[in-house]
Design a binder for this molecule. Structure first.
Ligand code: MN3
Length: 199
């Protein structure tokens, strides 16, 4: 039986300011993510799930055991989210990935705009993603806890659009949060590594 653990943030709490504040990271990582870990472990145990990886638990519980899925998939989402961020204003995209983005979206700007639109278009809570689907880059959005792996997609870049992710810093301005995220908060080196490891 797997045991979920809250990962350390790969940077200090004030490292992402002014785009994402220490207050947001304290609440989001220490409280919200911690709750998914605590509840995920409780529900994995209660349902006696013996899968050996988090991904397997997510796929197994999708559309079948909601309390397990909601918490464990959110754990997976947030582990990705923390790792994929960095204080990186107008960050440069490594050339191999940039070439692929230009092929599949015509331009980096077009990809970023589509990503923002997906995040704005997700009604209520959820995520927007840059994914790899059968070798092609695509922008998708998912509701609530859903991770792209349940659709057979490989997540390369995910942005949390639950209100807890932006309300302290951006109030109700989700579009401003999404613009700040794609322009200034993405560790494109990490995105590029995820891409290279899956093609
Ligand atoms: Mn969240």
């Amino acid at each position: 039986m797997i045991n979920l653990e809250l990962p350390e943030l790969p940077y200090s709490k004030d490292a992402l300011a002014p785009y994402m504040s220490a207050e947001t990271l304290e609440l989001h990582h220490d409280k919200h993510h911690m709750a998914y870990v605590t509840n995920g472990n409780k529900f994995i145990k209660e349902n006696n799930l013996n899968e050996e990886s988090i991904e397997e638990v997510v796929k197994k519980s999708y559309n079948s055991i909601a309390p397990v899925f909601n918490n464990v998939s959110q754990h997976l989402n947030h582990m990705h989210f923390w790792e994929i961020m960095q204080n990186n204003p107008n960050g440069k995209i490594p050339s191999e990935l940039e070439t692929k983005i230009n092929q599949d979206f015509e331009s980096v700007d077009a990809m970023k705009q589509e990503f923002i639109n997906a995040g704005i278009g997700q009604f209520g809570s959820g995520w927007c993603w840059l994914v790899l689907n059968n070798g092609k880059l695509e922008i998708t959005k998912t509701p609530n806890a859903e991770n792209p792996i349940v659709h057979g997609h490989i997540p390369l870049l995910g942005c949390d659009v639950w209100e807890h992710s932006y309300y302290v810093d951006y109030r109700n301005r989700r579009p401003d949060y999404l613009r700040a995220f794609v322009d200034n908060l993405v560790n494109w080196q990490k995105v590029s590594e995820l891409y290279s490891n899956n093609v």
